[in-house]
Design a protein around this ligand. Structure first.
Ligand code: SF4
Length: 330
């Protein structure tokens, strides 16, 4: 039996936005568990609910966004049952997040050193300034940036260095769980590759669990051991990445994503994208939200929403599957 403990548990989670057209759910009935030291990937097109889910986990939802249903537990603790004081202590200490844009995540008028030290001292009352400086140097070594960068302001660093600083701050207090929300999206492919390799190395070394969010299917399959595919706020398939890399998909949307990845060494073929656009959450299609774009659509798909069923190594939400059995495409 595995001794891995759940560090993130999402139970029937729905997150909505109050709009002039009423309540619009961006995340619907999501169930997801991330275990200690595991990297779980979350993939989907823009607007599929990935970032809303991440902000809900960190309890950073703003304005008209609210949890409409469900529970979020991190390290066994209900994130929404904590007082503001408890939450302030819990964030960065137990769970942290690497945001999409390093430039907006960092304070432009503070040096890197001040930003790292402030985080450390705010959470470690017994730590003195010298110990914090020592830890800041250590963190820069971990993310492989020259220690001289501690005296720099964010605008003096390259995009890759800024992202490494954000990762250093996220892991400063040895959290058990880190959300990485498109951590390399704004970077060129060479820097992206080097940062991803480093994230994997640091994760193995520091032994934290990761929810790795990206719209890049191939990247997620490479980074994560388990991959959840989101469409219109729902997890439509979840499986282990090994199954995906050998092309064994179940949901037609997952299949479409996989076919849209170009292969560098294979014969030249025309890449087929998924037709149409992601649905408008204010006015979701009836039945299965993917039906207007699905090449395998059946009459039932237009009227009834499929329920999630167990498959080998995961779950799928599609009428093609009923109780572990693939039905005929009609
Ligand atoms: Fe396609 Fe129907 Fe499955 Fe939806 S439920 S993905 S429309 S086959």
């Amino acid at each position: 039996m595995s001794d891995k403990q759940p560090v993130l548990e999402l139970i029937d989670l729905s997150v909505g936005y109050q709009t002039s057209s009423g309540l619009v759910n961006a995340v619907n009935d999501v169930n997801l568990t991330v275990y200690s030291e595991e990297i779980v990937g979350l993939v989907g097109e823009s607007g599929s609910g990935k970032s809303t889910m991440a902000y809900a986990i960190m309890r950073l939802l703003k304005g008209d966004a609210l949890i409409t249903k469900g529970t979020i537990r991190v390290m066994g603790q209900d994130v929404y049952a904590m007082s503001v004081k408890e939450l302030r202590q819990f964030r960065w200490d137990r769970m942290a997040m690497v945001f999409q844009s390093a430039m907006s995540a960092l304070n432009p008028v503070m040096t890197v050193e001040t930003q790292i030290i402030d985080t450390l001292l705010a959470h470690r009352p017994n730590m003195n300034r010298n110990q914090a400086i020592h830890r800041a140097n250590e963190l820069l070594d971990i993310v492989r940036i020259d220690r001289k960068a501690l005296q720099s302001y964010p605008h003096e660093l390259s995009g890759g260095m800024r992202q490494r600083v954000v990762i250093a701050i996220a892991i400063a207090l040895n959290p058990g769980f880190v959300i990485m929300d498109e951590p390399t999206t704004a970077l060129d492919v060479v820097v992206q590759r080097s940062i991803l390799d480093q994230i994997r190395e640091i994760q193995r070394q520091e032994k934290f669990a990761v929810l790795f969010i990206s719209h890049d299917f191939s990247l997620v399959a490479e980074m994560a051991s388990k991959v959840a595919i989101m469409y219109a706020g729902r997890i439509v398939e979840m499986t282990d990445s090994q199954t995906l890399t050998v092309g064994q998909t179940h949901h037609p949307y997952t299949e479409g994503l996989l076919h849209a990845i170009p292969h560098l060494t294979a014969d030249k073929v025309v890449i087929e994208g998924i037709p149409g656009s992601p649905p408008n959450l204010v006015n979701l299609p009836t039945g299965c939200a993917f039906h207007p774009r699905c090449p395998k659509v059946m009459p039932i798909c237009k009227t009834a929403r499929p329920t999630q069923i167990a498959i080998e190594n995961g779950v799928v939400e599609c009428h093609l599957f009923t109780a572990d059995k693939e039905v005929q495409h009609v």
